[in-house]
Ligand binder design. Structure first.
Ligand code: TYM
Length: 343
């Protein structure tokens, strides 16, 4: 079996980038025979950015309801759906990996480097780590533990996560080398990112990567009217109707492509060359996105009204995933490094 795993940080409202980069490909993969699937709410990761308990809880419910609305069907046998913080083995494995992770490698992690660069740009060269928590620095190690506790082969993600998966491979290799080779065991498989090229970085309203931190997102389940308003606010250039438009670098075109099939995309490319007006192009984008999202939105509203049902699914997912896989694997790993045998 191929094990497929991915998570979303519970630090806000899920957006179209999360949907095309992670949720849509992951739900599709969960319907492929011969796979085991592990999808989770990364609430431990949320603590790195959000120190507002109510916000973490709200986001957890929203993201959980989103997964289910998008068609995920957890069965606790082939498809598991859970909260990261309910898998107690994850923080334990994080420590094991911390002790094999190279600090120099973590220095090069994008999120940490971006924070250092911001400090430098503000003239804080002397204290480039000012305001940066050890949590942010350790983020890739926690993420590696998420992936490695279930020994996932494939991780569906957007392009921004590739570096983290490469780091997980590095930690897996080091652990295998240190503890596996002497006893002829391969404890960890080396995980790979699973990326859909044409949606790997979905742009936001301002043309930069759609991201909570840029405040340029289109919420996945924005009410129809709001979705329309947001789509009509996407930045475009000043070319008039009748003037040919560039698809290259057009956020509007990239968004369209993420929701359209090849034929529709070709037709839109031709319309750009023929000078379609921006208003018409936005209307077409709105129609396309809404056609895909509207049925899911109805299910989302229904699910949001049943938090107890979602909670039970998450608890069952965590319990069974631990029983079947996480706990026995952690026993093996404890033995591998020389800790007390729990069996
Ligand atoms: P997060 O919560 O920032 O994003 C969740 C997923 O959405 C993808 N994504 C995008 N894809 C395309 N275009 C965009 N504009 C866009 N914005 C976000 C992300 O690439 C990601 O796949 N650290 C992770 C969560 C995580 C995780 C894991 C993922 C924790 N542990 C283990 C995989 C495996 C994160 O913060 O993603």
């Amino acid at each position: 079996v191929t094990r497929i795993l991915t998570g979303i940080t519970t630090s806000g409202t899920p957006h179209l980038g999360n949907y095309v980069g992670a949720i849509r490909p992951a739900v599709e993969a969960s319907r492929t025979p011969g796979t085991q699937n592990f999808y989770f709410l990364a609430d431990l990761h949320a603590l790195i950015k959000v120190q507002d308990p109510a916000k973490v809880q709200r986001s957890t419910l929203e993201i959980a309801a989103s997964w289910l609305a998008c068609g995920l069907q957890p069965d606790n046998d082939r498809v598991w759906f859970y909260r990261q913080s309910d898998i107690h083995e994850i923080p334990e494995l994080t420590w094991f990996l911390t002790c094999v992770a190279s600090k120099g490698l973590l220095n090069r992690a994008h999120a940490y480097k971006a924070a250092v660069d911001r400090n430098r740009a503000e003239g804080l060269e002397e204290q480039e780590d000012h305001g940066i928590t050890a949590g942010l620095f350790m983020y890739p190690v926690l993420m590696a533990a998420d992936i490695m506790i279930f020994n996932a082969h494939k991780v569906p993600v957007g392009r921004d996560q590739i570096q983290h998966i490469e780091m997980a491979r590095d930690f897996a290799q080091r652990f295998n080398h240190l503890y596996g080779e002497p006893v002829g065991k391969q404890y960890f498989v080396l995980p790979e990112a699973m990326i859909e090229e044409h949606v790997a970085t979905l742009p936001g309203l301002d043309g930069r990567k759609m991201s909570k931190s840029y405040d340029n997102t289109i919420p996945l389940f924005a009410p129809r009217e709001q979705l329309k308003k947001l789509i009509f606010s996407i930045v475009t250039d000043s070319r008039m109707p009748g003037e040919a438009k560039d698809t290259e670098g057009s956020a509007l075109f990239q968004l369209y492509q993420a929701f359209a099939n090849a034929e529709e995309t070709d037709a839109m490319r031709a319309a750009f060359a023929d000078g379609i007006g921006w208003g018409d192009a936005k209307q077409k984008l709105f129609d396309r996105v809404d056609a895909e999202i509207a049925p899911l939105r109805d299910r989302y509203e229904t699910l949001m009204a049943k938090p107890a049902l979602i909670e039970q699914q998450l608890l069952d997912g965590a319990r069974t995933a631990r029983e079947r896989l996480g706990t026995p694997f952690m026993r093996q790993l404890r033995e591998a490094v020389g800790l007390r045998d729990l069996s």
